[in-house]
Design a protein around this ligand. Structure first.
Ligand code: C5P
Length: 229
């Protein structure tokens, strides 16, 4: 069984409101996407890394040159994250076997380390339902639906991160069969809709998703820290 990384990187990063898509913003002088890709190319467990960008992307060629070992750019991005991933999976049908594992990881999580990837693979690599990195909720959780504030029990609640790892055939089927793909915000929820229960593996705050401008400094702080911590 081989492990492949698939990085959807076809978003525009509207909440970042920067001059370029957020995955190309510099962190410590290097584009975010390059940090993210290198988290996988530094891992001996990953057979190959595929990056999905939009057809008209004008940055990927410089950030990920064609001679970069172990990395292939796929210009098949879609209108949503799910569509980008599904398009990438379809293209890879002849390359990745049905039982090979695909680790889907957001371009906007540059703090991933080979140690975290190894932890996920160790814990869930053999699980037919797959698994994902996630963090147990530590704050008190409030709901404010319909103007009524209430406190929710946080026992058993986790915040999903990526990578989210599944057998290739299962993930493609889950995304093809999802009744409302636009309502799905992560890969695991599509697999859960098939009645399966992916394994939750504790991640790390350094694997944050860079979403708002203030997140850039936090991501840079983690990137200067020892990746094994
Ligand atoms: O915008 P957000 O941070 O939620 O996006 C998560 C990931 O999905 C990012 O890596 C982004 O580039 C990717 N994405 C994509 N295609 C889209 C929208 C988002 O590959 N149409």
């Amino acid at each position: 069984m081989n492990y492949f990384a698939l990085i959807p990187a076809a978003g525009v990063g509207a909440r970042m409101a920067a001059g370029c898509p957020k995955q190309y913003l510099p962190l410590l002088g290097k584009p975010m996407l390059r940090h993210t890709v290198e988290a996988f190319t530094r891992s001996p467990l990953i057979a190959h890394t595929y990056v999905v960008v939009s057809a008209g992307d004008g940055y990927a060629g410089d950030v990920l040159p064609a001679d970069l070992p172990g990395v292939t750019v796929l210009r098949c991005g879609g209108a949503t994250r799910m569509e980008s991933i599904r398009n990438g999976l379809r293209l890879l049908g002849g390359t990745i076997g049905p039982d090979d594992r695909v680790l889907v990881h957001d371009a906007a999580r540059p703090g991933l380390t080979p140690a975290l990837t190894a932890k996920l693979i160790d814990a869930a690599g053999a699980d037919p339902a797959g698994g994902l990195l996630a963090l147990p909720v530590v704050d008190t959780v409030k709901s404010a639906a319909a103007g009524k504030v209430a406190t929710m029990p946080r026992t058993g609640l986790w915040l999903a991160q990526t990578p989210q790892m599944f057998p290739y055939a299962l993930l493609l089927r889950a995304l093809e069969e999802a009744p409302d793909p636009d309502a799905i915000t992560d890969d695991a929820s599509a697999v859960e809709l098939l009645g399966l229960s992916p394994r939750l593996v504790e991640g790390h705050p350094r694997n944050l998703k860079v979403t708002l401008p203030a997140d850039i400094r936090i991501a840079e702080m983690y990137l200067t820290m020892d990746p094994e911590t």
